[in-house]
Design a protein around this ligand. Structure first.
Ligand SMILES: [Zn+2]
Length: 293
C-alpha cells in the first residue's frame, strides 16, 4: 500500500494502520512534500476506502481503476477558483450540497480539497460546520503545504498526517524567492522611512494578488522577528534578519505589534473577494500611518 507514493515510511505505516483498523478519521489533513505527492496520496486513500477487495487498494478492481482514472463518481475534487486564486465559501456550499447525496458507487463519498490553505476564513468556517455533523458516508481529505496555514478549529477536528518535509516545485521556488526579495526590500524601505521607494517597490505586486499574499506572509515573518528581537529573543524565523534588526531599533514594540496586526488584516482581506489593486494602493498608507502617528 502506498508503494508508489513519495512520502516517509512513518506516513505510510500510520495511514495504513488507520485504514486497516477502521479508525480513519472522517477528516484528514495531508501536509508536506509537494502538491503532486499530496494529491497522489489522497487518491490512494480514496482508492483504499472505495476498493472492494480484501487488501485495499488492490489497484485492479473496477473501483480502484475508476479512482486511478479520476472517473469515480464518488471522488470529488475541490480546487481554487482560477480567477481569484482562492477557495471561497460558495465552493464549500456546493460541496455541502454534494455531501448530502449518498454515494453512487460505494460506501463513501470522498472530497479532496487541493490547496486547502487557499480557503479563506469564511470558507473554512463553513467547512467546519460540515465537520461538526459528519455523516458516516463522508471522508474529507485536505491537502496543504503546511497545516499551520489552516484555522486551529479545522486542525483540531481533523487528523493530520505529514508526508515528510515540504518540497516546492521549481516554479514555486521561483515565486517564493521573488516574494522574499520583495518583502525584504519593503521592510528595509520601511526601516529607513523611505515611503516613496516603498511605493515604487510595491508596484511589482500590481495585478498579482498571489505575489501580494506571499509577500505579506514573508513580511509577517520579518515583523515577528522584529518583535522577537525587541524582547531579547535570538531565534529568528525569517530569511531577512538584517531587515528585522533595523526595524527592531526603529520601531517601538507596540508599533511593531500594530503593524503585524495590519499585515494580518491585509492578508485576510487578500483572501476575500476584494479589489486587489485598491488594497495595494492603501498598503503603504496603512503601514506608514502607524509609523508616524
Ligand atoms: Zn480495488
Amino acid at each position: 500500500m502506498f508503494e508508489g507514493i513519495n512520502a516517509t515510511t512513518q506516513f505510510k505505516s500510520s495511514i495504513t494502520t488507520a485504514l486497516r483498523s477502521g479508525t480513519l478519521s472522517h477528516a484528514l489533513i495531508l501536509e508536506g512534500k509537494s502538491s503532486h505527492d499530496r494529491l497522489d496520496a489522497a487518491y490512494e486513500i480514496a482508492a483504499a476506502v472505495l476498493c472492494e477487495d480484501e487488501v485495499k487498494p488492490c489497484g485492479i478492481c473496477s473501483k480502484c481503476k475508476k479512482v486511478k482514472n479520476k472517473t469515480h463518481p464518488d471522488v470529488h475534487i475541490l480546487e481554487k477558483d482560477e480567477k481569484s486564486g482562492i477557495i471561497k465559501v460558495d465552493a464549500i456550499r456546493e460541496l455541502k450540497k454534494l455531501a448530502q447525496v449518498l454515494p453512487n458507487d460505494g460506501e463513501k463519498s470522498v472530497f479532496i480539497i487541493v490547496g486547502a490553505e487557499l480557503m479563506n476564513t469564511q470558507a473554512q468556517n463553513a467547512l467546519l460546520k460540515i465537520f461538526e455533523e459528519p455523516a458516516r458516508h463522508l471522508l474529507f481529505i485536505l491537502c496543504c503545504g503546511a497545516k499551520s496555514s489552516l484555522l486551529d478549529t479545522i486542525i483540531s477536528r481533523a487528523t493530520s498526517y505529514s508526508l515528510g518535509e515540504e518540497l516546492a516545485t521549481e516554479e514555486e521556488d521561483e515565486k517564493l524567492k521573488k516574494a522574499k526579495e520583495t518583502a525584504t526590500g519593503l521592510a528595509l524601505c520601511f526601516a529607513s522611512e523611505n515611503e516613496l521607494e516603498f511605493i515604487r517597490k510595491s508596484a511589482v505586486m500590481r495585478n498579482d494578488k498571489e505575489l501580494f499574499r506571499s509577500v505579506l506572509i514573508q513580511l509577517r515573518l520579518i515583523f515577528r522577528d522584529c518583535i522577537i528581537l525587541q524582547h531579547g529573543g535570538k531565534e529568528l524565523i525569517s530569511d531577512s534578519s538584517e531587515a528585522a534588526k533595523k526595524l527592531s531599533v526603529k520601531l517601538t514594540a507596540k508599533k511593531s505589534l500594530e503593524i503585524l496586526n495590519i499585515i494580518n488584516e491585509l492578508y485576510e482581506n487578500s483572501l476575500m473577494n476584494s479589489n486587489h489593486n485598491l488594497t495595494l494602493t492603501g498598503f503603504s498608507a496603512k503601514l506608514y500611518s502607524i509609523k508616524t502617528h
